[in-house]
Design a protein. Structure first.
Length: 229
């Protein structure tokens, strides 16, 4: 089914996003973060069962760090995103936090992973927190899945094969509405592997971008990109 996003006040959205990012420490000014899933700033507004599940979530190395996942949720809610796609699911910690954001905005998230074990774990975890209708999990190679996705998107999170970031981006770019937010993880430690992606974004007049570190525990950063037109 083809889905089209309605008209949005992109000037207001941009102002919200810029103001929010201005309050976050850039990569060279690090804020203290707790490297555990039980960060109260991630969970304190949740009802008890959900809060307990998120705080006790068994994180693995492929999961989003707690501070990063919190940042993703904040971005979704602050921009009022309605339709998002995540590339690289792991066991679904990031998808859950983004899903909580999309639940608030009345939106929907599609997350893609090639590993059937990760897909099964994510589906089970989403069901535990009642987000199975908010987040759709697709098993498959993102390079094959993304071109087949129909409709428009206003939020993207890239956290899969670093050398393929530009390919993911190009597959989704025609589907991005003005005002879309794209977040790319691991842009510091994997900068060489994704140099073509970083150069493409920074060299385009169609995007604003900045690199932030929302969670100091992993010594890395995320590029937050805003589509101007």
């Amino acid at each position: 089914m083809n889905r089209t996003l309605g008209n949005r006040n992109w000037s207001f959205t941009a102002a919200v996003l810029v103001g929010m990012l201005a309050a976050i420490c850039p990569v060279h000014r690090l804020a203290a973060q707790e490297p555990s899933a039980g960060n109260p700033h991630v969970t304190h507004d949740l009802e008890p069962a959900r809060r307990a599940f998120v705080e006790q979530f068994p994180l693995i190395g492929l999961n989003s760090a707690p501070g990063d996942a919190a940042m993703l949720r904040i971005l979704v809610q602050a921009t009022g995103a309605k339709r998002g796609v995540e590339v690289g699911t792991a066991t679904g910690y990031g998808a859950i936090l983004m899903g909580l954001g999309f639940e608030r905005t009345g939106g929907h998230l599609i997350t893609v992973d090639i590993d059937p074990k990760m897909v099964a774990a994510t589906r089970a975890n989403l069901k535990q927190v009642g987000l199975e209708d908010v987040v759709t999990v697709i098993e498959g190679d993102a390079l094959e899945v993304l071109p087949q996705l129909e409709g428009e998107f206003d939020f993207v999170y890239l956290d899969a094969v670093k050398s393929d970031y530009l390919k993911y981006f190009r597959a989704l770019e025609p589907k991005l509405v003005p005002g879309a937010v794209i977040v790319a993880d691991n842009v510091i430690r994997s900068a060489r592997a994704m140099a073509d992606f970083i150069e493409a974004v920074n060299g385009s007049p169609d995007y604003l971008s900045t690199t932030i570190r929302a969670d100091d525990s992993k010594r890395d950063g995320m590029m937050v990109i805003y589509k101007l037109k």
